[in-house]
Design a protein around this ligand. Structure first.
Ligand code: HGY
Ligand code: MN
Ligand code: MN
Length: 429
């Protein structure tokens, strides 16, 4: 950057805001549960809007509930630069997954403002709605719609466990407008960069400050249901039973086997959800439903394991003479991060004086879909023992400060930020 601007992030307010945001939860601390558009999510959104407005950002919400806080640049008609992540949290998880990218993005913007900078291109700090699949089974609902990867009417018809459609939920939570208006125009952003915890152990083990993501793994999910014959656990003899939990139990083991035997070390699969109906100790399970998560960084390997598990699900149902439904919830391609953004992040790390290394993301993120809209990259910070999706999730103030500082320098480059004061008036912040 021709005007080297010194920015130092004070991570105290960032830590305070992350702790405050974690209080908007349906379960007691240290766990966090914040399902999209639940009361706790709506309260969290209100809190965030207050922070964004106090930083002088222009806030808007789109019909899907994606929240945009815009720092208007000196040339507001130019395509903007996007950053951000999500604030919904899966049941009984932690306080850093996603929120680091939203509040860390705010910290980066504040640091740029305090250093007397103004971006030429506007900067959008985005909080994507429903990155987690908790409510509807499909992850990245907001960024799928923004990138045109999900049909708006299909999205409106998604149904949650209380049989409530997204269309109804949107009405109840005053999300006005049509989902058809959500997809971003092609030239909305010149680049998008997301700050996120690694959700793995690599950076901490190698004592590296920043991960520069080059690829995001390809996620997929299956929903399988078995319909057996229930009955009294004491009076129905083993001979006549059609216990719906039997094919399900065998499928859980088969899922694990498939990832270990058919894939590589980059192939992962688990059965994260198993519902048993009616769920009484003295009633033979008459219906079971499983949701299975299968990923790999290589699409062909992922698809091979996905197809194998789908076939296995079907044949186990036949073996146990049960009505079987195998539904693919999603099977998304992997994403490759853009050199433009990868190099900007690496340059930002050099400017910030932090160690860095290139790596892949085994977790999916909204960046997986933003990569379909514009050149996209991700900045990872270490998290303690790589723990995530768990109340013990933790990112240190130093890691948070490094991540926000690298993001600030990356945004300076991508948004072509310039000092608003005469040269040499840089400052510590
Ligand atoms: O599941 C994931 O990879 C993301 O954390 N939602
Ligand atoms: Mn997550
Ligand atoms: Mn996340």
């Amino acid at each position: 950057m021709e005007n080297f601007i010194k920015m130092v992030i004070d991570s105290d307010p960032l830590v305070t805001e992350l702790n405050r945001l974690a209080e908007f939860s349906d379960v007691p601390s240290p766990a966090v549960t914040r399902i999209m558009l639940s009361d706790s999510d709506l309260a969290a959104r209100k809190y965030l809007c207050g922070l964004f407005q106090s930083a002088g950002l222009e806030v808007r919400t789109d019909p899907a509930g994606n929240l945009f806080a815009r720092w208007v640049g000196t040339e507001p008609d130019l395509p903007a630069v996007g950053t951000g992540s999500h604030c919904d949290a899966i049941p009984h998880s932690g306080k850093y997954d996603g929120t680091v990218g939203v509040l860390g993005g705010l910290a980066a913007v504040r640091a740029m403002q305090k250093a007397g900078l103004r971006p030429r291109r506007s900067i959008d700090l985005v909080m994507f709605t429903s990155e987690e699949p908790t409510r509807y089974g499909v992850g990245c609902l907001g960024s799928r719609l923004l990138s045109g990867q999900l049909d708006p009417s299909d999205a409106d018809q998604l149904v949650d466990s209380e049989e409530k459609t997204f269309a109804t939920l949107r009405k109840e939570t005053n999300l006005r407008g049509s989902l058809g208006d959500v997809p971003l125009p092609g030239d909305a952003y010149v680049a998008f960069v997301e700050l996120h915890t690694e959700q793995g152990p690599l950076l901490e083990q190698k004592n590296i400050d920043i991960g520069v993501v080059t690829h995001i793994a390809a996620p997929s999910a299956l929903r399988v249901s078995y319909q057996g014959v229930g009955g009294h656990a004491g009076t129905v003899l083993m001979e006549g039973r059609r216990d719906a939990l039997l094919p399900a139990a065998k499928l859980v083991v088969a899922v694990d086997r498939a990832a270990r035997d058919l894939g590589s070390k980059d192939t992962v699969a688990t059965t994260g959800l198993l519902e048993v109906y009616p769920g009484a100790v003295n009633s033979i399970p008459r219906r079971t439903q499983l949701e299975i998560d299968i990923r790999d960084i290589a699409l062909d390997r992922r698809d091979l394991v996905l197809a194998h598990i789908a076939r296995e699900a079907q044949s186990l149902g036949e073996e146990h003479q049960q009505k079987t439904v195998v539904e693919q919830i999603n099977a998304d391609p992997p994403a490759t991060c853009a050199d433009l953004v990868v190099q900007a992040i690496e340059e930002a790390c050099e400017t910030a004086g932090v160690s860095h290394q290139r790596m892949i993301s085994r977790a999916y993120h909204d960046s997986l879909f933003m990569a379909q809209v514009c050149p996209t990259g991700m900045i990872f910070i270490p998290c303690r023992e790589g723990v995530s999706h768990h109340p013990d999730e933790f990112a240190s103030p130093d890691a948070l400060g490094n991540g926000a500082l690298v993001l600030a320098h990356t945004l300076c480059q991508l948004a072509e930020a310039k000092p608003t004061r005469p040269k040499g008036k840089g400052s510590n912040v």
